[in-house]
Design a protein around this ligand. Structure first.
Ligand code: GRF
Length: 196
């Protein structure tokens, strides 16, 4: 469903994603009939990211950022300001958020991590690496963490966590699918609560 350009929406949300964007898609769908919320921008660091096709299908502006753009220019802040962004959601975005962006959007940058932080967080802990580590450790529970972003990877204030039980026959792939289901269900709803 193509909404109008969302200029008059109360909340302008920018999504940063590096991959297929299944979380981004859930957010777009969840808010598609909500006139007060507009997904104003999808930013990615990968020119081939599938999330760009999703943006295209939903008529959402995109920005492909190079490392130079992201770490050594004001291109990102200018783009975000152009759309009056008031919340940034990292949905599978693999680059560390630079200080200038954290400072420009204090408690306005939210990340979803596919584990129960502080366990299984930090540098290198993303995607299947997380689920393989959880599996290797023989955990009988894992889950998701939605948290504010600060200057240190995965260490911002926790907003929300949800857990799921694991059984010893669960493979890393099965763990990943259980966790992704939690992400898809909770991320849009947690964002909605944050906007209230
Ligand atoms: C999710 O597992 C999320 O926890 C992590 O990156 C993945 C994004 O997947 N931050 P997708 O691109 O939204 O499908």
């Amino acid at each position: 469903m193509i909404k109008d350009n969302g200029q008059d929406a109360i909340h302008q949300i920018a999504i940063f994603a590096s991959g297929r964007g299944s979380n981004a898609e859930k957010i777009i769908d969840y808010f598609s009939s909500n006139k007060t919320v507009n997904i104003c921008l999808i930013l990615t660091n990968r020119s081939k990211a599938k999330v760009l096709e999703l943006a295209e299908r939903n008529n959402i502006p995109t920005l492909i950022a190079t490392r130079d753009d992201f770490y050594h220019s004001d291109k990102i802040t200018k783009s975000l300001a152009k759309y009056n962004t008031d919340l940034i959601v990292l949905a599978g975005f693999l680059w560390l958020i630079p200080d200038y962006l954290v400072k420009a959007y204090p408690n306005k940058i939210v990340n979803i991590h596919p584990a129960l932080l502080p366990k299984y967080g930090g540098k290198g802990m993303y995607g299947m690496n997380v689920h393989k580590a959880v599996h290797k450790a023989g955990e009988n529970v894992t889950g998701i963490t939605i948290h504010y972003v600060n200057e240190v990877y995965d260490e911002g204030e926790i907003i929300f966590q949800a857990a799921c039980r694991l059984i010893d026959t669960d493979t890393p792939d099965l763990i990943a699918s259980k966790v992704l289901a939690l992400e898809h269900h909770h991320l849009p709803r947690v964002i909605e609560q944050l906007l209230k």
